[in-house]
Each structure stands twice: as C-alpha cells, then as structure tokens.
Design a protein around this ligand. Sequence first.
Ligand code: CUA
Length: 370
Amino acid sequence: MRLLRHGRRGALFALVGGIALVAAGCSSNDNGQNSLKPAGRNAQLIFDLFIPIVIVAAVIGVLVVGATVIFAIKFRHREGKNENPKQIHGSTPLEIGWTIVPALILAVIAVPTIATIFKIAQEPQGQVLHATVVGKQWWWQAQYDKQDKVSGTNIDKTVVTANEIHMIAGVPLKIDLKSDNVIHSFWIPMLGGKQDVIPGRQQHITFYADKPGTYKGACAEYCGLSHANMRMRVIAQTKADFNAWMKGQQGGPAQPWTGEIEKLTGATFACTNCHVFNDSSKAPYGPNLTHLASRTTFAGGTYELNRKNLVGWILNAPGDVPMQSKDCRLPPPATCVGMPSFTKNTPPGNYPVMTRAQAEQIADYLLAEK
Ligand code: CUA
C-alpha cells in the first residue's frame, strides 16, 4: 500500500514535470525560427496543412491513450480473481477493421498533403529574383548572377556573399541549391520547409516574404563537426533598400587592397588561398570578404560581427567553432576543412605566428569594408 502511494506520487511528479517541460519549450518562441509564425506564401501553405493534421492526430492520440488508461485500470489484476480475458487473436473482422480505418485516415490526409506539395513546388509567377546558394562546410555561399529588371533595376554584375541572403519583400526569391561537399539541408522555418542540398544535384526552393524582416534558419542535416554552427538568415527588404544593398555589393572594395594589408593577407598569412578581398563577383573556397562589413554576422552566421569577435576569429578560428583545420596551412594534399589557427597548432616549418596587432590590422581593414 505504502509502495503504491509512493508510486502514485512519483507519477504525479513526473506528469507535472513533463507538462512544465513541454510548456517551457513554447515560452521562447521569439528566436526567429518559429514555423508556427509563417511569414510568406509557402510557409503559410505548410501551416494551413499542419493545423488540421495536428487536430486529427490529437483526437486519435487522446482516444488511444485514453482507452489504454481506462482498460488498464478497469481490467487490472485483482487479488483472488484470475480469469483470462476473452481471446480475440485471429479475429478476421477486427484485423480488417483496424487495418482499413488507419489506411482511410491516411488516404484522406494524403489529399491536401499532396496538393500542398504541388503548390509549394509551383514555378513563381511574375517578377522573380534568382540566387544560387551553395552549402559549404560550414557556411552558405549566396550568389546573384546577372538578371533583368527584378526590382526596377537590372542586376548587371555577379555578386557573391555569405550566410545572409537578401531578397525583396513581395517578390519571390527562387534559389538554386547546390553542394560541393556533403549533404546539407536548407531551412528557414518562417519562410518554408526544409530542402536537402545534395552534391551533384541541383535542388530548388522558393521564398515569398510578405513583409521586410530578418528570417533566421539553420542547416538541418548533420554535415560534420560544425553542423550546429551552420546558420543563415534571409533578409527581406523593400525594393529601395534591396537596390541600395545590391549597388553596394556590386561596387569594389571600400578601401584599396594594396600595400601592407595585401602583404599581410597574401604573402604572409595566405588568407587569399581561400578568400577574396577586392572583388565581390568571385566565388572563392571560403567566404568572399569584399563587403564583409555589410553583414551582421560571420562564421556561418554564428558570431555577431564586431571587432572583438573578429580579432579572436582571425587569431584562432578553430577555437570559436570546431573545424578540421589543423593542417590547413600545409601544402596540398593536406586534409583541411575550415579556417586554420594562426596562433595555435601552427604546423612545423616556416609558418609565421600571427600577432594580435596583425589580427587587429586585418580586422580593422575588414570592418571598414562596407
Ligand atoms: Cu550543413 Cu549541417
């Protein structure tokens, strides 16, 4: 009896604790990645499908769990009574019944589901902005190629940027998704569902953003050490703001990349093996840094772009984000994914160690690169 009372109290605690945990999961829904707050057509289509299916699933869940609990109590073992329940194994009508009913429910749910899949895959109509996004380890490269009259002006020069994808509110953005390494998954919850990004294939996703805003997302397919640091954001802007941004991106570097800074990032530390500092139309191995200062984040969208974060990153990037970059400063065929440390794990040989003053000099140059 004592034991039973303990058991009941334990179960009550577990129930209350469970409900509290579930409720806590809903408390902070302001992280910019809430698929229950759709911000455009495709996200809305998914949401409109999700709600009725959740209701159907909830009704079935309550019925099944309720019946389980009721039967467990009603037919529990009783002292002195030891009769077997009626055996129904092999009952043809029952077997047919509980096969057909779920099949029918799934068949009914399939109708709006398939219709939604087709609607989401529809070619966007009217004015469409195009971009190519490439999944990297571990960041996203975004490229806008030449295109006519999207936002009143022509995009007449290729622009390559990273992790922050700009679009125009009210104008669909059609993205060609590619990967040149492993499988990633592109997901901006408030704008739509996930799309796997598969090496050797070209996938597509279309975003519609009703209003200007910043919509956050993250890679949704495990892709190696820093999968959890592979974030991105879609920034929907007014036409005027987008045009101003695009014009800035198409321009050359804000300050000449010559002299001391060229030597530092070129001959001395070989940043240029992976980065480009003075031409936003190029797609190097690492992020194009020509207009780094126009972004709000860096390192796969993980860190806020400011001087302190950037200096620390330049000195010892693998200390901020896990990477397989121990051998990055060795000549090929060294295996290398990510950005090397210029202070720790410097490989043996004639590889200079970076001083804080040098890192600050590079950071100050980059932070002026609007
Ligand atoms: Cu890319 Cu996970």
